[in-house]
Design a protein around this ligand. Structure first.
Ligand code: CUK
Ligand code: CUA
Length: 640
């Protein structure tokens, strides 16, 4: 009865929020006169911050400047990108390999910049693939995806990837409970409670090219939503929001949010490491892909791994602890001091803030309130620092400014609320347009936030931009947070759908040894052509390898004959340029895959299976010089 009432109550709240957000509010008036000055980056000047924004269902990571909101680059990660051939060229296809085969799409939610001593260090950006569970590394010198690791025993890699203080581990919790990969998958769904488990992966991440699963924790059926690592005093711990502790496998019969409290789970990963060192882990047979990009050969390699080390926490009482958290916690955020852990129950009327110091004392004093599936549950009051009262409706995520303030996004009431971490007093609130999901302050989840700006990534756009049919662009909003009051200073559209984001000072990234071009003498691609004179066409049976070069403003060879219907043709195109920002493109009439965009000094390969007798022109697609239009050639395909 009570549940029924709550359901109706929340349905009404959602409906009110939805309908009120449908109406244009003429919110433009709220932007004050000096906003333009604050976001204006004069022509030729640089932005202050790089903003790395998740591409959600488009599987990429995109980069914007702050405060201008200008789009700089889209980096394909778990996606195919015909603009540059990612996922189409022979070199990049292995990067999208999985134990299920080639999976060229995923749902990317959470970018995470690498850290040293809990501070952003500008080396890498990591990001999760939700759907076919994967984590990726993007190198911030080349702005390229250089490594992808699949996660076995997992489904819905949502609570991922969050780094420990020195990027020793990327931590990834799974959203769906599933039978382990070690079991026969043909299991009745209604045996969910007995047979379905969740896993948390600890992925070694501090060396490029050597990502691997150090170990996994196996847990009873709790679904993990978000997570964050401890810092400073709480380094060595990780915190996860858990929902569906009812263990419902169908929302048609049981509401996953019927309990008053779910949990934030505290995990002592240093302790788990000790157990692993002491040999308590069990090796299990699984299958997962590890894909790495090799800079020297400009080629991706994929290998399938077959073993993972699993620590079942069922019988270990001192690794995981449950902290009760009101109704379906979503965000789980740790403040810069490492002392406070914020849980945001989407359907809760308060924001609970937990104390790491109290957590330690409560564990020592065994202030337990029973167990959940063998995991000790701590008394709520024993671990609570306090509750933020009446914060608004639908708290989702919290970021920090490093000055003792927290900022929480409120999905249902469409606002960001600023509050004092110590006193829990609400200091300010501003509307967002509309229904904010994640919010982001540069460095706002690290030990050293850079403050200054807060960006709201909104879920509903409605009237914010010129209409573009049933789907509108995604709406991000930039706020100045230097004063007591937050001030909205810019709307900027993003490529969808953004969830989380990260930002770092521009100097940290651009002074990090950025690559301007690849040295041709270092190119070890097996089909490289280092000079025009070496270009050639080589036939072996029905395989034809075209060793091709390009340089302003011609291809070599540029007239190719002797290709026959039924051949397997590989165009290995080397860009001989040794200069910044001079890629060349390569596109063939009728080729059914994509173009290539070849960076200076790089070699890329397009595979083509000609099916008909014809003359196919090819040309450069990137406007590279005054003679760009002349950069072209012909292929002749003759009968078999
Ligand atoms: S999630 Cu999208 S608003 Cu995937 Cu981090 Cu919360
Ligand atoms: Cu090369 Cu246009």
């Amino acid at each position: 009865m009570k549940n029924q009432f709550l359901k109706v109550f929340f349905a009404i709240i959602m409906a009110v929020a939805f309908f009120s957000s449908c109406k244009p509010k003429n919110s433009g008036d709220l932007v004050s006169g000096d906003a333009a000055k604050k976001v204006y980056v004069a022509p030729g000047k640089y932005d202050e911050f790089y903003n790395f924004v998740s591409g959600g269902f488009s599987g990429q990571l995109s980069i914007y400047g702050l405060p201008s909101g200008r789009l700089f680059k889209v980096i394909p990660v778990f996606s195919q990108d015909p603009e540059n051939g990612w996922g189409y060229s022979e070199e990049t296809k292995p990067m999208l390999n999985t134990s299920h085969g080639f999976v060229p799409w995923d749902d990317a939610h959470h970018p995470e910049l690498s850290q040293t001593n809990g501070e952003v260090d500008g080396r890498w950006c990591f990001i999760n693939g939700n759907n076919t569970p994967r984590v990726a590394r993007i190198n911030l010198k080349t702005f390229k995806t250089t490594e992808i690791l699949e996660l076995p025993n997992s489904a819905g890699n949502h609570s991922s990837p969050y780094v420990t203080e020195n990027s020793e581990y990327l931590v990834a919790g799974t959203r769906f409970s599933v039978p382990g990969d070690y079991e026969n998958g043909d299991i009745p769904i209604n045996t969910y409670k007995q047979n379905f488990k969740t896993h948390i992966s600890f992925v070694k991440a501090d060396k490029e090219g050597e990502m691997d699963i150090a170990f996994q924790l196996r847990l009873p059926g709790v679904d993990f939503d978000k997570a964050h690592g401890g810092k400073g005093p709480s380094n060595g711990w990780f915190f996860f929001s858990c929902y569906n502790t009812e263990q419902a496998n169908t929302l048609l019969e049981v509401n996953a949010s019927q309990k008053d409290k779910d949990f934030i789970m505290a995990v002592n990963w240093k302790k788990a490491e000790e157990y692993i060192k002491a040999g308590k882990g069990k090796k299990e047979k699984v299958r997962y892909a590890h894909n790495i990009w090799d800079e020297k050969t400009h080629t991706g390699k994929s290998e399938i791994k077959t073993e993972v080390l699993v620590l079942d926490v069922k019988n270990l009482k001192d690794i995981c602890y449950m902290m009760p958290c009101p109704k379906s916690p979503h965000g789980c955020d740790v403040d810069p001091t490492g002392e406070y852990i914020v849980g945001s129950g989407k359907l809760a009327a308060v924001i609970p803030v937990f104390s790491f110091g109290k957590l330690q004392k409560a564990i020592a004093a065994k202030q337990f309130d029973g167990e959940y599936e063998g995991i000790p549950v701590l008394k709520y009051e024993a671990v609570l620092h306090g509750e933020v009262k009446k914060p608004g409706l639908g708290p989702l995520h919290t970021e920090f400014d490093g000055k003792g303030n927290a900022y929480t996004s409120m999905f249902v009431s469409s606002e960001v609320v600023k509050w004092d971490i110590k006193t829990l007093a609400i200091l300010d609130r501003v509307p967002t347009y509309y229904s904010v999901g994640h919010l982001m302050i540069p460095g706002g989840d690290t030990r050293k936030p850079f403050g200054k700006y807060m960006v709201a990534y909104n879920k509903i756009t409605k009237d914010r931009y010129l209409p573009t049919g049933p789907e509108l662009t995604q709406s991000a909003q930039l706020y100045d947070i230097t004063g007591d009051k937050m001030q909205l200073i810019l709307d900027f559209p993003t490529i969808g759908e953004p969830h989380y984001a990260q930002a770092a000072p521009a100097d940290l990234i651009r002074n990090n040894g950025q690559l301007k071009f690849y040295k041709i003498e270092d190119n070890q691609h097996p089909f490289v052509t280092k000079g025009e004179k070496e270009s050639k066409v080589v036939r072996k049976g029905n395989r034809v390898d075209v060793y091709m070069t390009c340089v302003r403003s011609h291809f070599s060879p540029d007239n190719i004959e002797g290709i026959k219907v039924g051949d397997e043709v590989y165009f290995h195109v080397t860009n001989l340029e040794q200069d910044w920002d001079v890629p060349h493109g390569f596109a063939i009439k009728g080729a059914n895959n994509s173009e290539l965009l070849i960076m200076p000094g790089e070699t890329a390969t397009l595979k083509w299976l000609p099916t008909e007798v014809r003359i196919s022109p090819f040309y450069c697609t990137d406007f590279c010089s005054a003679l760009h239009q002349e950069m072209q050639g012909y292929l002749r395909v003759s009968p078999a």
